[in-house]
Write a protein that binds this ligand. Structure first.
Ligand code: C5P
Length: 218
């Protein structure tokens, strides 16, 4: 009998897109399906962890064994994460969080009047959830994701340092949203390492083993 690699650990995962309202029936979102984050939450549970998944709107069922909290906006995701992160050992930020919210969102549905009169949206910056967690005095082991469309090795190395996190996972190519397969590169203080193209479930299991290896020696 071998002890599971994350036995006794508490893992918090964000996944999916966020949804930023324009008015009660409209909003801004992105093409994240949540598949990678959900697969990671499932893999962490299978590795013996207690897993909480803070998820934006997706079409996916909660992974078996995982405690899911559903949110819509980046601010709600931030608040849900910050409320419980102090009890966590590992934080994995997989969500595609909207960088901006609509600052002048309307409480009522915006009416179409005439062609020259179009709504003017203003934006405010959303909190960076991963940066907020990484900045905590007692931060859990933080894992970030990066979807770069070019120069992944260069940008990935720089982003890990800028985000002040021990492990950053780069998506190779930017066509990953909604797909069942992915190809990843892991960046840590020792350099980078590729995980060959595979389905998201396989990659999630590999990533969880890589995280487990790193926290053992942390
Ligand atoms: O800076 P960039 O958005 O490329 O960083 C991506 C990483 O940061 C992902 O892990 C994502 O979940 C996280 N992030 C976050 N909050 C934001 C923006 C990004 O947690 N507002």
């Amino acid at each position: 009998f071998q002890k599971k690699s994350l036995a006794g650990k508490r893992v918090l995962v964000t996944a999916g897109p966020t949804f930023e309202p324009i008015d009660p029936v409209r909003g801004i979102t992105n093409l994240s399906s949540g598949k990678m984050g959900y697969a990671i939450a499932q893999a962490a549970w299978e590795a013996g962890a207690h897993v909480t998944l803070v998820s934006g709107p997706t079409a996916l069922d909660a992974p078996y064994g995982v405690q899911r909290q559903q949110v819509q906006t980046a601010q709600q995701m931030h608040d849900a994460v910050m409320a419980q992160v102090s009890t966590q050992d590992i934080f994995i930020a997989v969500a595609a969080v909207a960088d901006w919210r609509v600052a002048n969102a309307s409480d009522q549905k915006i009416k179409k009047t005439n062609e020259s009169d179009t709504p003017q949206l203003q934006f405010a910056q959303n909190p960076d959830i991963l940066a907020s967690v990484a900045a905590l005095a007692k931060a859990p082991y933080c894992v970030g994701f990066a979807a770069e469309s070019e120069n992944l090795l260069e940008y990935g190395t720089a982003k890990r340092i800028k985000k002040n996190i021990p492990l950053l996972v780069g998506n190779i190519g930017h066509q990953t949203f909604g797909k069942d397969e992915n190809e990843l590169v892991l960046f840590d203080a020792n350099g980078h390492q590729a995980l060959a193209k595979a389905d998201k479930k396989t990659l999630a299991n590999q990533l969880v083993s890589e995280i487990a290896k790193r926290i053992q020696t942390n």
